[in-house]
Design a binder for this molecule. Structure first.
Ligand code: ATP
Ligand code: MG
Length: 155
């Protein structure tokens, strides 16, 4: 397990963090986004989407009710999930979540800690802590491929 803390003082720094992450991502990667309401999970997902080439006219917003948004037109398909409203693990299976996690795109998963026993162990997990104003801290953790991403983010 590798972990690293990133201090963020502005939206622009979050944007730069997201752009660096986007440059490191490869097909098959899974990134969990944790943090309270308004922490910036969807903001970060939007930055990553643009940075991998998803066109501006494709809206990036929390798939709170749809559970999954699929974005095409970038370097790889990007799947944006939000597990907040998921009622039970069986819904995960109904959704075919594993096909997304094991597919050839990249998954960004808001509220990934719901049903965490179904969470892939090679994922990168980003926990965003709210501070005053635009201040945030991002805790990045991961094992295997996730740990490699943490290391590269810290370089
Ligand atoms: N440093 C920062 N990084 C990210 N967002 C910031 C920052 N400073 C201010 N913001 C603002 O905080 C808000 C974050 O909202 P966002 O929808 O991304 O949160 P969220 O974590 O997805 O919440 P929810 O759980 O409700 O979906 C945005 O309006 C963004 O402009
Ligand atoms: Mg959100």
């Amino acid at each position: 397990m590798r972990s690293e803390v990133f201090k963020i003082e502005s939206e622009d720094q979050t944007r730069r963090f997201g752009e660096r992450l986007a440059a490191l991502l490869e097909r098959g990667d899974v990134v969990g986004l944790r943090g309270d309401l308004g922490a910036g999970k969807t903001f970060l997902a939007g930055v990553v989407a643009r940075a991998v080439g998803v066109p501006e006219h494709v809206p990036v917003n929390s798939p709170t009710f749809t559970l999954i948004n699929e974005y095409y037109g970038g370097r790889f398909p990007l799947f944006h999930l939000d597990l907040y409203r998921l009622g039970s693990p069986s819904e995960l299976y109904d959704l075919g979540l594993w096909e997304y996690y094991e597919g050839d795109g990249v998954c960004l998963v808001e509220w990934c800690d719901r049903f965490s026993d179904l969470w892939p162990d090679q994922a990168l997990v980003l926990t965003i802590e709210l501070g005053e104003g635009e201040n945030r801290t991002i805790l990045a953790t991961g094992e295997g491929r996730g740990a490699r991403l943490v290391e590269q983010l810290a370089e």
